[in-house]
Design a protein. Sequence first.
Lengths: 309, 426
Amino acid sequence: MRLTQPHILSINDLTKKDVLTILQTAESFKEISERPIKKVPTLRGKTVVNCFFEDSTRTRMSFEIAEKRLSADTVNISKSGSAMQKGENLLDTMRNIEAMKPDIVVIRHSISGAPMMVAEAIESHVINAGDGMHEHPTQALLDLMTIKEVKGRIQGLTVGIVGDILHSRVARSDMLLFRKMGISVVVGGPRTLMPIGIEDFGVTVCPNIREAIPSLDVLMMLRVQRERADENLFPNLREYARYFGISNETLKDAKDDMTIMHPGPVNRGVEISPEVADGPRSVILNQVTNGVAVRMALLYLLIGDGGNE
Amino acid sequence: MKPIFIKNGRVIDPAKKIDGVMNVVVENGKISAVTSAKKIPEEALVIDAKGAIVAPGFIDLHCHLREPGEEYKEDIESGSQAAAAGGFTTVCCMANTNPVNDCTSVTEYIVNRARVCACVNVLPVGAITKGLKGENLADIGDLACAGAVAISDDGRPVMNAMIMRHAMEYAQTFNLPVISHAEDLNLRGRGVMHEGTASTELGLRGIPAATEETMIARDILLCGLTGSRLHIAHVSTAGGVEMVREAKKLKLPVTCEVTPHHLTLTEQVVHGYDPNTKVNPPLRSENDRRELVAGLADGTIDAIATDHAPHDITEKEVGFEGSAFGMVGLETALPLVLKLVHDKKVPMKRMIEALTIKPASILNLKKKGTLAAGSDADIVIFNPNEPVTIRASAFKSKSRNTPFDGWRLQGKVLYTIVGGNIVYKS
């Protein structure tokens, strides 16, 4: 099994068949994380370098655990503690890493487009672990896997994505992937956080998300950064929570089986109340579990098992 | 509450395209009918409006009631009485009070005070930015929930275009129009009157028309970018009117208002240094005034609003340069705008439309601005021809700052009815 792509940079590069292959592979890898000995020799002898130039808990750990469970050798670098503090730029850093012959490089960077620039410059496979406000393809894939798992299907679903769409790479990758797979998407949130041209993603903009809630099968809440209030995108977090956040009260007209998702980290009491985050609709932690499986699948599909180029 | 039967009046309701002698029936605080039928409800109070015009009660989009904080020059009670005397049944009070109306508690205070002591409907306009400082958004969602009908930093502009943009976008969620006080503070500098020949002769620093025009241009462009409803307050420049005209041709959701004093006076009236002629935006050139009148006549200017700005005598008797900006307007509006009708510059119907259904639709007020059956019984009955002499000493307002004292005009409010109750009778 192979993908049509040597890299995982953007959802736009993946075909529907690629996506189904990834989901199928992830589903079979998920079982490994349930075993007492969480290890298979699939990527033994392969080297994966995790270059996380922006903070991360979930994604970085998720990649590292996925790599280790497949028996790969892993190396982590970040901006602090590296020669980048001495002024070495990104491309030089990556070329130097390249010279040590890694098989896969996983990159998270605060600049949109950085992984694409790196992929053009080096030979290794590149996985985009999140670039600026642009994309987070592995997150979208684990979100899709979770939806399929919880709902039992992909067809005919309506997913709402609510919050700071403007700054969200998760929202962009989710919209691209869900639309590619035929899922209807409704987006909502304050107009100040809704980018111009969002309709071109094939989504419906709902000015008042409370009205859309009854029609949703899944509601994905996005994190709102506290700094956005200082940027005058909305008056303060209290107002944000009151008019754009969700609680048991705002969900009272939702379908009984409507699922709540969130890419994390969660601002408890802002975009999502603690009861909802911890409540029966929430599959937020399932997303994290599936993240390891999806990343194992991607690593395998790029270089595992018959993956000698 | 007794029913009211208003007979023999010339009923003008532009919203329903009515102009003719009809009877108006009021029951339970609502308009029951506008009809030629002569049946009078039992126990009704009968008002003979022969020779008078019966219209929906006037709606003032823009006034300053000074409460909370400056009750010495006006408060909600006295301001509402001034409004009723002027034929206004609904007024919108701006947020530049002390404290500023930028949060739920001040809005609720105003709403509650109005419920207790106002004889007309008082609708608060919330602030755009906290403290009107132009730095951080006010609690716009909370303001909407507490009863604000629009947001504006009036008194001040929002100088930062990014903040104005965000405010316009954010207000969409709550369906609030954004009212712009269009003024570039840097261009205004220390100006105190219109920059032109009069200011040069008088030796007073001027406020050029560009002060307003640059900001109207900016706000219209932001309106195009965001798609938000923009209402431009107190337009005073020919250039401003023309820009609004062009924006409307592009079908942008822009509206604007003009004050009776800008329709009547020019910079020339400042000769003599009467501080009651000091107002912001200033009284400008004759060409500006003419274009404002033409703009009102052709509908480019949607509404007439008073910008009623009461000031105590101590704030005006300090020489022109030191005086506060502003004049009262609720009790002089009708005769001043009727002068344009009598001089055949603006049709009567257009004038009434600009005071009734247009303000109502700008603010999305259901059941107001019209005498359609089921509407709130907010009615004004006035004699357009009766001579009046403006007497500031007789004003219901606490303040007297008007340049029109002693003016002989035509147009007298006979009755003002709010929610089926007579709140003013001449």
